[in-house]
Design a binder for this molecule. Structure first.
Ligand SMILES: [Zn+2]
Length: 487
């Protein structure tokens, strides 16, 4: 298709540069057919197949694609013929699994290899990629459902330049020299990629995180809260002032919980502001502010300006400095509801952490409404779920927790779950509500453990108990629960 033909059709030509094709649809027809039809399948969405075509008017070609793909709705996207041919060559040549490509020697250039990695990571549903320099090797890991998996280990020579190439991608960075962003076009949408570089003993480590802003955050009903916790949380997030803390491992898991809480109260009548870095998803009826340290828009600065606004709810995606902590407490006393995550590994010392940040125990006891501690477990893959007997050593952790005749299940591993046996995640939660007796203990300077034990004595279901209940419902395994409780 030429530019002039295209002007006639008044459709912009699709730019195939930086386009990551969905490998799943490449299988719909082989390379020879693609070359003959001058067409490249790009992605499938809402029952329609998008195809890049040099001649989108070619009805015969479209009919043939309908037959091959068993799909009647073909969206023909006009492209330059030379671009289509280049992309056919490019995409069909790296349809092989990544490990095979790397194992077969240095045939791809860095750019192609990186796109191959990203494409395979997205196909496997991974949220992060890590490339780590070891003594003589590079290790490529994908994070899938919150857990790292090693995909391939390959020699440093001749692949070391891949790391430099990724650093180049991140070169247009905005906040600090070692963190950059790039946008990748992943078929149906663009995905922002955050790239961080760390220095280690044997060289650099690169972490790439995909930020998919279009992904709809989970609703509170789908988070995995027990009925009791959900009811209590809905009551608390409708309070007109005070602080709700969310704590636990995994930035993404914490923020997902914060979003699910906001989603429950977001409406045009309520003024909700957020302070985030980065903004992971867009939420309706919520004003979301992105931190930008470079221009002095820090957490504390954002919060100071928000307190002056007449807002009802302020969400802070992480409190990690004294100034922000103090401001959050001050805001909660002046008629704002604060929903905040606290960055730390374990939650047992949350109160100590807040005290370290300069928060007075009196303020803690009068402002905090509740502390939601969380972790997550992976879900058994439904396509390959089988009964099994868990290891005796593991079961020693759960002596009287399960009935003697209970049946246990796990995922055997299948193509649907990338042979992992798990697919998706669900939260584990415990909700420490600051009732009268707990408040007075906190005022006296009690440690988090004491407060937590009081809550358990008063009937709170612990994180461990929540996990046991989920094993009983046969949606996760005891091995997974042990992993979750260790993090
Ligand atoms: Zn499976």
């Amino acid at each position: 298709m030429t530019e002039s033909q295209n002007v006639k059709h008044n459709i912009p030509l699709l730019d195939l540069r930086n386009y990551i094709v969905d490998f799943g649809v490449l299988d719909l027809f082989d390379r020879k057919i693609a070359e003959r039809l001058l067409a490249l399948p790009l992605y499938m969405a809402n029952g329609a197949l998008a195809v890049a075509m040099a001649h989108p008017d070619n009805i015969l070609a479209i009919d043939e694609i309908k037959l091959l793909s068993n799909c009647n709705n073909i969206i023909a996207m006009p492209c330059e013929e030379k671009d289509v041919m280049k992309c056919i060559d490019y995409n069909y040549s790296f349809k092989k699994p990544l490990a095979d490509v790397i194992g077969s020697g240095r045939e791809q250039d860095d750019d192609k290899l990186i796109r191959h990695m990203i494409s395979e990571a997205l196909k496997m549903g991974s949220s992060d990629i890590c490339i780590r320099s070891e003594r003589d090797e590079l290790r490529l890991d994908f994070k899938i459902d919150g857990v790292w998996h090693t995909i391939v280990i390959f020699p440093k020579i001749p692949y070391l330049s891949v790391i430099e190439k990724i650093k180049d991608l991140a070169a247009n960075n905005d906040t600090c020299p070692d963190i950059g962003r790039c946008i990748i076009n992943a078929g149906v949408k663009e995905i922002e990629t955050r790239i961080a570089v760390f220095f280690q003993d044997h060289g650099e480590k690169i972490e790439m995180r995909f930020v998919d802003k279009d992904r709809v955050p989970d609703k509170i009903e789908n988070m995995g809260f027990s009925e009791e916790n959900e009811k209590a949380l809905i009551k608390h997030i409708n309070a007109d002032h005070g602080i709700i803390f969310v704590s636990g491992p995994g930035d993404y898991a914490r923020i997902n919980t914060l979003y699910s809480l906001l989603g429950k109260i977001a409406s045009p009548e309520k003024k909700i502001l957020t302070i985030e870095n980065p903004i992971l998803h867009t939420i309706r009826h919520v004003n979301q502010a992105q931190i930008d340290e470079k221009i002095g828009f820090s957490y504390a600065e954002a919060l100071r300006s928000f307190i002056r606004h007449d807002s009802d709810v302020i969400m802070i995606d992480k409190i990690k400095d004294m100034e922000t902590a103090e401001l959050a407490f001050r805001a909660s006393m002046s008629g704002h509801l604060i929903i905040a995550a606290v960055y730390q590994s374990g939650m047992h010392n949350l109160l100590a952490r807040l005290k370290d940040l300069g928060v007075d125990p009196n303020m803690l006891s009068s402002c905090v409404i509740c502390v939601l501690r969380q972790s997550f477990v992976r879900l058994i893959c439904r396509s390959c779920k089988v009964e099994y007997t868990p290891d005796e050593v593991i079961m020693q952790n759960f002596k009287n927790d399960f009935p003697p005749d209970m049946k246990f299940y796990k995922g055997r591993g299948c193509p649907d779950c990338n042979n992992i046996g798990y697919c998706g995640t669900i939260g584990l939660f415990e909700l420490i509500e600051f009732t009268g007796p707990i408040r007075s203990k906190v005022r006296d300077g009690a440690a988090m453990n004491t407060v937590r034990n009081m809550a358990i004595e008063a009937g709170m279901s612990s994180l461990r108990q929540d996990g046991i209940d989920k094993v009983k419902r046969q949606i996760t395994t005891v091995e997974e629960l042990v992993r979750a409780l260790k993090t």
